[in-house]
Design a protein around this ligand. Structure first.
Ligand SMILES: Nc1nc2c(ncn2[C@@H]2O[C@H](COP(=O)(O)OP(=O)(O)O)[C@@H](O)[C@H]2O)c(=O)[nH]1
Ligand SMILES: [Mg+2]
Length: 344
């Protein structure tokens, strides 16, 4: 890991933020949380100013450890993230919590309600909390989540906990960009079986059985360990492959967080044994691809008039795949301008 650059300030120690007229990157580097909030809002809105600021901050991105937290609603993810952040603060100057809710097009969804309550409770200036929800037709929430993590990373936050609201495909896409993925389950309602069916083992780096204080937790741990064992012994795995641990905790009681922290640290050490650069590179490629797709979509469909052209062809009775062929050929031939009406 790179050493701390000169000029890093603990967010909680900054007493006089830079004047608002200072460039955002400068304010960010000075530890101004308002600047970080602004930058993340630009990320959410796909505002072009985000890229300008991040260009300057690019060398500072890559130091934060990113932990994704997913699992069914009610498993205790929010509680765990809150308690784990507090636990980790004993050894880290700053943590970020990013709550991402792909299911809610409105601010103030269930998860965000949790978060607002949590923000009110969290008085530790070393913990930065932010939430994001999908906004109507605007896709790109996974992209925005990566951007927000990059912004927190550049700000100097050491560890980011990224929580999703549930366990669907959208949630997987969001946590896929993190370094260590925790899947949180709890006893009850056949969750273990459901989790395995949902392909949860595929995304988890650490399986967390929360609510270890409740009956059935031991059983769930055993079931999951068996499932992991079967999976790891039926597939041919490379030497030194990561073996997914199952850890029982009680977030509500703040118990066994040390064990969880140990597994996260071990997974990090495993990645840092020469694997991290390649893994992060492939995740960064996925991010770049998402941004390219978003940009092209905007340029072609919104500004390029592709929708009108497609509509006219369909109205003319052409078969859908003929329309596709015509449009793709036109795009590849450079026959669609992103700056207005299509060329005749
Ligand atoms: N018994 C018990 N309840 C817990 C524990 N952790 C969280 N809960 C409760 O489980 C419920 C759901 O927790 P929450 O963190 O909102 O779950 P999320 O939907 O996964 O974010 C809340 O009522 C919590 O108080 C725990 O360790 N033990
Ligand atoms: Mg929650």
């Amino acid at each position: 890991m790179r050493s701390e650059p000169v000029g890093w300030y603990h967010p909680g120690l900054v007493t006089s933020p830079q004047p608002p007229q200072a460039p955002l990157a400068e304010r960010l580097l000075a530890g101004d949380k308002g600047a970080l909030a602004r930058l993340i809002t630009w990320a959410e809105n796909a505002d072009a100013r985000f890229a300008d600021v991040m260009r300057a901050l690019h060398p500072r991105v890559g130091r934060a450890w990113r932990v994704g937290v997913t699992g069914p609603p009610g498993a205790g993810k929010s509680t765990l993230v809150n308690e784990f952040a507090r636990y980790e603060r004993a050894t880290k100057r700053s943590l970020g919590i990013l709550a991402v809710d792909p299911s809610s097009p409105f601010t103030g969804g269930a998860l965000l309600g949790d978060r607002i309550r949590m923000e009110e409770r969290t008085t530790d200036p070393g913990i930065y909390i932010r939430s994001m929800a999908s906004r109507g037709s605007h896709g790109g929430l996974a992209r925005a989540a990566v951007d927000a993590c990059d912004a927190m990373d550049a700000f100097g936050i050491e560890e980011i906990l990224l929580e999703t609201v549930g366990v669907g495909q959208a949630e997987y896409d969001i946590v896929a960009a993190t370094d260590t993925v925790l899947v949180v389950l709890c006893p009850g309602a056949g969750d273990g079986i459901q989790a395995m069916k949902a392909g949860i083992l595929e995304v988890a780096d650490v399986l967390v059985v929360n609510k270890a204080d409740l009956a059935g937790a031991d059983r769930l741990v055993l079931d999951l360990e068996e499932a992991v064992h079967i999976r790891e012994h039926t597939k041919k795995r490379p030497d030194g492959a990561w073996s997914v641990p199952v850890v029982a905790v009680s977030a509500g009681k703040g118990e066994h967080l040390d064990l969880l922290a140990g597994h996260v640290a071990r997974h990090r050490a495993w990645l840092e044994e020469g694997r991290l650069a390649a893994v992060r590179r492939s995740k960064r490629l996925a991010h770049v691809r998402q941004v390219v797709e978003e940009r092209l979509d905007e340029a072609l469909w919104t500004r390029g008039g592709l929708a009108e052209r497609a509509g006219a062809l369909l109205d003319g009775g052409r078969a859908p795949y003929d329309v596709v062929e015509t449009l793709v050929a036109a795009i590849l031939a450079g026959d669609v301008s992103s700056r207005g009406a299509p060329k005749p």
